[in-house]
Write a protein that binds this ligand. Sequence first.
Ligand code: NG1
Length: 460
Amino acid sequence: MSTLLEIYGEEAGRQSARYAQALAAFRAAFGPGEVHAFRAPGRVNLIGEHTDYNHGYVLPVALDRDILVLARRRADSTLRLCNLEAGYAPLAFSAGPAIPPATRGDWSNYARAAAQALARRIGPCMAGLDGLVAGGAPYGVPRGAGLSSSSALTVVVAVALAHLNGQALGPDEGDVARPAGAAGERAAFAFFCSQAEWYVGTRGGIMDHFAALAGRRDQALFLDCRPDAGGRYATEHLPLPDSYRLLVVDSGVHHENARGQFNERVGCCRAGVGLLQKYYAGRPGTTGGITHLRDLQDVPWRELEPVLPEEITPRELRRQDVELGDLPGLDDDTRLRVRARCRHVWSENRRVLAAAAALRAKDVATLGKLLDEAHASARDDYEISCPELESLVGAAHEAGGVAGARLTGAGWGGCMVALVHASAVAAFEEHVRRRYAAETGLACSIFACRAGPGAGLVDL
Ligand code: NG1
C-alpha cells in the first residue's frame, strides 16, 4: 500500500482533494462502510512502437496521470461501476468465465475483460464489487489519445478484483534483469492483463499493462517483451534526462477505424513470421523455431527482405499454407504490406536498444535522433501517422531546444511526444499551439510528462 506522498510527491496535496471528492461520490452512490482505493497509470511510449506483440523491445514511461477505482467487495459476483466523468453511464454485470460483451466501444468492456479473466483464474466463488471510477481531467488519463487509458482501466479493475478476493498484488520487486530480481509477480500480472484485454478485439501486446504495473517515479521502463523459459521478463528502469522534459501533445484527433487497422498490422507481422518460418525451415545453420519477428532480429535485413512480399492478401497466404490465426476484422482480400511493416519492426527494435544505451549514457542528442528516425519509420513503413500528427511533428522540429519528436502509441491520431530542453518548454508550447491551430484549425493540449509509479492499493 502506498501513500499519496509516495505516489505523487509534491502533488500529494492536490491529489488528496481529488481522492476526497471520489470518496464522497462513492459514498453517495453506494452508502457508508469499508472502501479501498486502487489506481493504475496511463503511459507514454518514448520509443518502441508496435514491437511488443512481436516480442520486441519497448521504452515506455508510466504517467503520474491515472485512473482510480474506489471499491468495496460484494457478497455476490456482480460488478457495479459508476464513473465520475460525464458520458460514461453506470454499468452492472455478473462476473463469470464467459461474460457477454457490451456493444463495441462501450467502456464497460474493459471492466468485463478484467472480470472475465479474473473469474477464470479465481473460480466460481469470485466476489464482485461496487466501484467508483475517477479518471477524468486534470489528473486522469486522456481518453483515446494513445496514452493507454483503456489498459489503465483494465489493470485497475483487475487489481481491485484480485485484492478484494484475497489475491493482493505485492509491491514492485525490482528489475528482473538485476541479479537480485525476483520472479516478477507484477510481470505475470501484466501478461495476464494484456491477454485479458484481447476481449475487446484488438490483438495488442504487453507494453501498456507492464508500464501500468511496473512504472517508477522519474524513470523510463526498458522492457524486453520476450519472456524467458520461466515466464520472466527482463526490465531495466532508466532515469530520464535531467535537463530535458518529455512533452506530450495531444492532437485531439482519434481515427474511427484505428482498431481494424491495428489488427491488420498484426496480420502483416504474422504473415512475415509465417513466410520466414517456411523459408528457414530445414536450412542448414538455422536452429530453433521462429515464432515472432524478434527471432530474426540479428539477421541482416538484406537477407530477410527478398522473402517478404511487398503486398499479399490473407487468401494468397493461405494458398501458401501460411495462416494468420484469429484476427477480428481482417478480411481475406486485405492487401497486407508485409515487407514495409516487418522492416519497421526490425529497425524499431534496434532503435529501442540504441535508445536505452543513449539513456544510460545520458546522450540526449543520440536519443533525440532515434526518436526522429522512429517517427519516420512509423510514418513511412508502418503508416500509422496522419496529417495532424505530421503537423505537430513539423512544428516541434521548428521549435528550438527540441532533441527529437515522434508520434506515440498505436497511431492514427492521438499524441506526439517530444524531448525538449527545460529552458525551451514555454517557447515550444507557444509555437506548437499556434502552428497546429493555423494548419489544422484544431487546438492541441500539451502537458509535461512526469513519470509515476505503477498500479496498486492506495492508503486513503
Ligand atoms: P495504445 O496506444 O494504447 O492503443 C497499442 C497496444 C500496445 C502497443 C501499441 C503500439 C493495446 C492494449 N495496446 O497501444 O500493446 O502495441 O498500440 O506500440 O492493444
